[in-house]
Design a protein around this ligand. Structure first.
Ligand SMILES: Cc1cc2nc3c(=O)[nH]c(=O)nc-3n(C[C@H](O)[C@H](O)[C@H](O)COP(=O)(O)O)c2cc1C
Length: 381
């Protein structure tokens, strides 16, 4: 019987399914609900020291529907938590005092200020959190404060900030990467050099959902205007898989043993299996929970177990990173295909020469093409 239980960076998780930072982990009530439904860990909504600087707008979501009506893409212009940090400290503590069955992970974000990052880490640890995720990746709000993706797109700053966190944290911490960059390995490498225990990818992709053809206003429309937001849900999965593959390949070569948490469009156990096959230790779900509710973790677990049973995998480690070996360069694909076709042709030619021609039974059976072989066959009787 396979097991989903796993240990990642010392965190004992009943399963690899983690609530991704966002609305599904936005206060104690919903965090508790997630644990009750069986999530392996919860990453809370990103917190900072001074929530008074955070003002959200509404509407702040816009969705892309398939013809069937299914939501396949989701843009948000939501900021990090607008709830006071003091309240978060109390809620982290209450949550941990109740001894949840999974890990409680604080997602943190601050300005480029060493003291602020260290204070945030120390106060969250005092409240009892099990680990951290550093949000270096929110694509929309707060670039004026050099927070989120504005920081995550700068490998030098990333390395320095991870170094500050490393100097203060006694718990593991993952650096959450922005996909809004050409080579995600560069910030990933910088974060690991700075001391991050692991990486998480991806945050949302900078996007504009649509333009209303009646009003000519882009959406989501806030007082007639908009700002580019972050794209998530099913439609981003191929991009997330590619980036997870690139990070996992880099980790395997340069930082063996560091962890990777994959996310972006995960909705099923089969999606999760794909991220793990490409090197993820854990898988996170954010928009999926907003589409299907917290209980979606149950079918996801069943589907992942069914996949493991089919392949006779006992643990997640049995297949983590297995499919990374099947990536190569395009030039190598051409070579492999040319070699295979040449080998097939040679085998067919060899088979043709090896096949003895039928012995002609009467003069009508002689053919021009096979004349030599037919003559030969007659000499062998
Ligand atoms: C409405 C919304 C709010 C989000 N807020 C945060 C956040 O506060 N911190 C963070 O690190 N990521 C945040 N995210 C990003 C998600 O954690 C995740 O990286 C991204 O949505 C891709 O995964 P998904 O397709 O499972 O949602 C948010 C996403 C959504 C849709």
């Amino acid at each position: 019987m396979p097991t989903l239980a796993t240990v990642v960076d010392g965190l004992k998780l009943p399963n690899p399914f983690v609530i991704g930072s966002g609305p599904p982990g936005t206060n104690l009530s919903v965090i508790n609900r997630a644990f009750r439904e069986g999530w392996g860990a919860v990453i809370a909504k990103t917190v900072s020291l001074d929530a008074s600087k955070i003002t959200n707008v509404s509407p702040r979501y816009a969705k892309l529907h398939a013809e069937s009506g299914e939501v396949i893409g989701w843009e948000n212009i939501e900021l990090i938590s607008d709830r006071p940090f003091k309240l978060w400290e109390d809620e982290f503590k209450k949550c941990k005092d109740a001894q949840p069955p999974g890990a409680l992970i604080a997602s943190i974000m601050e300005e480029y200020n060493k003291d602020a990052w260290i204070e945030l880490v120390q106060r969250c640890e005092a409240a009892g959190v099990d680990a951290f995720e550093l949000n270096f990746s929110c694509p929309h709000g707060l670039p004026e404060r050099k927070m989120g993706a504005a920081m995550g797109q700068n490998p030098e700053i990333l390395e320095e900030v991870c170094g500050w966190v490393k100097s203060a944290a006694t718990k593991p911490f993952w650096a959450k990467m922005t996909p809004n960059i050409t080579h995600i390995e560069e910030p990933g490498r910088a974060a690991l050099r700075g001391g991050a225990t692991g990486l998480a990818a991806i945050n949302t992709i900078r996007s504009v959902m649509s333009v209303n053809l009646d009003t000519l206003r882009p959406e989501p429309n806030v007082e007639g205007y908009t700002t580019p937001g972050g794209y998530s849900s099913k439609a981003v999965k191929p991009i997330a898989l590619r980036m997870v593959m690139e990070l996992a390949t880099m980790i395997r070569k340069e930082f063996p043993g560091r962890s990777l948490s994959g996310l972006g469009g995960i909705e099923t156990g089969e999606d999760a299996a794909q991220f793990i096959l490409l090197g993820a230790d854990t898988v996170q779900v954010c928009t999926g929970v907003m589409k299907f509710g917290y209980e979606c973790v149950k079918p996801m677990q069943e589907q992942l177990l069914a996949f493991m049973e089919k392949h006779k995998f006992e643990t997640l480690a049995d297949f983590k990173g297995r499919s990374l070996d099947y990536f190569t360069t395009h030039a190598d694909l051409v070579k492999r295909q040319t070699d295979r076709k040449a080998a097939q042709k040679a085998a067919a030619a060899a088979a043709a020469t090896a096949t003895p021609s039928k012995v002609v039974k009467n003069d009508a059976e002689w053919t021009g093409d096979d004349f030599v072989k037919q003559s030969d066959a007659l000499s062998k009787g």
